[in-house]
Design a protein around this ligand. Sequence first.
Ligand SMILES: [Zn+2]
Length: 133
Amino acid sequence: MYNEKVMEAFKNPKNVGEIENYDGLGKVGNASCGDIMQITLKIENDVIVDAKFKTFGCAAAIATSSTATQMVIGMTIDEALKLTNKKVVEELEGLPPQKIHCSVLAEEAIKAAIEDYQNRKAGKVTPDKIDMV
Ligand SMILES: [Zn+2]
């Protein structure tokens, strides 16, 4: 069902975990396969210097979040906001059509984490962390 690149990213995911003293945290979920994802970002001068994810999700969710976190490290927040799930899927050389929606999670979680970072900078209240099983 999955290509080799997706399987590799699923079996050996990068950037798993949570950043201590993160600057932005995003958490999202989707109802269709019950995936939950949390992404934490370390941001210095509006450049993402580290990204980590935790997911309670399917293989596609794990593979795309691993790849997406690798892609955003080194990007400015403006560049990262332009990262779409389509680009992540291209990087993985495709996903089965019924799993495309899982790749949207990584994009949404990154955007939510950047929004959280911007809210923190503006002194607004931020969401709580997910309690992962
Ligand atoms: Zn999924």
